[in-house]
Design a protein around this ligand. Structure first.
Ligand SMILES: Cc1ncc(COP(=O)(O)O)c(C=O)c1O
Length: 474
């Protein structure tokens, strides 16, 4: 390989950025997982006036790194259990750097042939890992939020098409209203996508659920029996608090028989399909019509990387495609614009492809199995501490605990306040980071593990950090 001039501004800036990146990554174990700078500090440091004259690239990078000190969340740390975020695998991060250097516009094949083919190949691998139908089409989007929008656009197309209405040409005005029968514990991004698609959040009908937070088959049967016109059923694989999975094998055939489309939010739960140990949790999921997941969560691909899978590729394409005279059509090649809501876009498939190659099938399975074990061990370890209790522990990578007020005659409100106080103390300690949630009316701390960096030692260190926070604040 030939190398360019030794000291171009871009070489100097990229080298410096790499040095800063290594310093950041190497320091993860010793740094506070939580941020330490205040909002005011961030604004004061970064909010300089935009100068008339530009600044040398290396200086820009050095200043940026100095200015953001304390304002970068340690979500790459193995002791980050806050939201479902995940870190960056080495090959995925490196491929992401190359993606920036190559700077392809991955909107169509002609603007970046390799970017198009890498998605094609990764789509095949993913369908195989998840056991989705062969004909399924795939969109590589920013995250599950936009994957929901993409899948619901396809669903909207199909359920109206089946009633003789072309939504792409005629729009929604005058169309039969679409009702959305959804798991009542769904993630808010579903409702947002429903709004984006013009379906209206008032048309979401929450489905009755069982004790475990799963849609009850008899509830769906009753809802489908009411003549509600075109219908989309929204289920989930991996609920945020309990990691619950709907009984797809029972629900999807019912929906299909009623002419409804079944969409699944599998933001992190779809990865259960990639391991024999957890595959059974998502039994029958392949019978549904569309699925979303994130690579930036469980697969540890750097942000942003989400996936939309659609069984009815024709509906998917009809909802997304665009042809203009100035864009060459790919012919036999895959044009991403046929499957994605964006026009110009980042070639985000490279990082995902690299992550899958780095791990292989066994590595993906191990990542899921290991982080599930860690979430369960942390939940149980915290639950065993004096003044703490387990609220729920899941078969997947989520758990809930809470902290009890030591006051005599403490009320639920006291336990809620105590839980928030202990979460704040743990995070302020910097050893580990968790988030809070109100679950069934009670404040809880969420335990969420999906980072490839987490080790047994991190688990022990985390439980100890919680013990210290509890003791220091008793
Ligand atoms: C269950 C679930 N669905 C959807 C989303 C939204 O995903 P994204 O942030 O990638 O858009 C999340 C995010 O945490 C989630 O946990």
């Amino acid at each position: 390989m030939t190398t360019g001039p030794t000291k171009t501004p871009e070489r100097a800036a990229l080298t410096r950025a790499a040095e800063h990146a290594f310093a950041w990554l190497d320091g993860l174990d010793a740094r506070s997982v939580a941020t330490t700078a205040t909002l005011e500090e961030m604004r004061a440091r970064l909010g300089r006036p935009l100068a008339a004259q530009g600044v040398a690239p290396v200086q820009v990078i050095d200043d940026l790194v100095a200015d953001v000190e304390g304002g970068i969340l340690g979500s790459q740390s193995g002791r980050f259990f806050g939201w479902v975020i995940g870190g960056g695998l080495p090959a995925a991060m490196a491929a992401d750097w190359l993606t920036t250097a190559w700077d392809q516009n991955a909107g169509i094949h002609a603007c970046g042939p390799a970017a198009s083919v890498v998605e094609e190949v990764a789509a095949g691998w993913l369908k195989d890992l998840f056991g989705l139908p062969d004909q399924t089409s795939v969109g590589f989007v920013t995250g599950t939020q936009m994957a929901h929008a993409t899948c619901l656009a396809a669903a909207r197309h199909a359920v109206l098409r089946d009633g003789g209405w072309d939504v792409e040409a005629k729009g929604l005005a005058g169309a039969p209203p679409i009702r959305i029968l959804a798991n009542a514990d769904r993630h808010g991004s579903v409702d947002r996508a429903v709004r984006f698609m013009g379906l209206g959040s008032d048309n979401i009908v929450p489905l009755p659920m069982d004790e475990a937070g799963c849609v009850a088959p008899e509830g769906l049967r009753a809802a489908l029996a009411e003549d509600g016109g075109p219908t989309i059923v929204v289920l989930q694989a991996g609920e945020l608090n309990r990691g619950a999975f709907d009984p797809f094998g029972k629900l999807a055939p019912m929906a299909r028989a009623a002419g409804a489309w079944t969409h699944v939010d599998g933001a992190f739960g779809l990865w259960a399909r990639a391991t024999p140990t957890h595959r059974g949790l998502a039994e029958g999921i392949e019978l549904c019509d569309s699925w979303t997941t994130d690579a930036h969560k469980y697969l540890n691909v750097p942000y942003d990387s989400g996936l939309a899978f659609v069984r009815d590729a024709q509906a998917h394409r009809a909802a997304m495609t665009l042809a203009t005279s100035y864009l060459p059509a790919g012919g036999a090649a895959r044009d991403q614009i046929d499957w994605n809501p964006e026009f110009s876009r980042r070639a985000r498939g490279f990082a995902l492809y690299a992550a899958l190659r780095e791990l292989g099938r066994e590595g993906v399975a191990d990542l899921v199995d290991r982080t599930c074990r860690y979430a369960q061990a942390i939940t149980a370890g915290i639950g065993a501490l004096a003044g703490a209790e387990v609220v729920t522990s899941s078969h997947l990578n989520q758990g809930l605990v809470r902290f009890l007020s030591p006051q005599a005659g403490a009320t639920e409100a006291d336990h809620d306040a105590r839980t928030d106080q202990v979460i704040a103390a743990i995070n302020a300690g910097g050893e580990a980071l968790f988030g809070g949630v109100t679950f069934r009316g009670r404040r809880c701390m969420r335990v969420s593990a999906c980072n490839w960096r987490t080790t047994e030692a991190d688990v022990a260190r985390t439980v100890e950090a919680v013990r210290v926070a509890l003791t220091a604040n008793s």
